[in-house]
Design a protein around this ligand. Sequence first.
Ligand SMILES: [Mn+2]
Length: 266
Amino acid sequence: MTLDDILKEIEKAEKILVLAHENPDGDAIGSAVGLCIALQNMGKNAEVLMNEYPANFSFLPGIQNIKKEGSFEKYDMVFVVDCPDINRVYKDYIPYFERADVTVEFDHHTKNSMFADYNIVNHVSPACAQILVSSFEYLNIEITKEIATNLLTGIITDTGGFRHSGVTQETFEFAGWALTKGVNVPTIYRESLMVTTKTKFEVEKLAMQRLEFFEDGKVAFTYITIEDDEKIGVEPGDYNGIVEIGRNIKDVEVSIFIYQKKRRKL
Ligand SMILES: [Mn+2]
């Protein structure tokens, strides 16, 4: 059984790195930090690398485990969470993955390239964090209040607050169990889904003003240019959820949101 094999690899490893997809959302952050804390509780030297993340997730316990630069040249083991392909990881971190003795991924994206040594992929799971919940339960890894807060943040983010399809009985059972552990669900809900920043608000306002309908209202379209991006001072995560403005309008079947990427300095 693969999960048992992964546990054996964890037992052998000392230095462990956790990565997630670039421009991380609540599921990427919650899954990465939750896993990192679990590894530390098992006595491992574990950390998370992210080049940036949205500021509203700074309430998460253990968020200080997220570093911009690795403490080691080489890690014994690298985990990648909530990420369908290694090329979705921030490019500077990919060499750590390549140098590691063992690599593991946990993911729920439909098109996953099975890029690690061990691939725990469940396409129907509503969040990567929910795969971690069942994996921890199977392996008897204790889910502390801190870990539960991170994992529930992943679940609440990716399910839009238990609204999207894919939510299962297990989703609610874990949420209920987390409540008994003292996890502050209203705080997670507010910080993950409701709190916005001035720049995100400005981006949303502009995207709404520009929203147009095509095909008898079945297609909604809006966009943000690089000039808008610079004028507003767009921050990480500001584009999250914009496509849903169109999707939430009655009779819209396809919602399109296009933004220009900042040119990377070479
Ligand atoms: Mn996800």
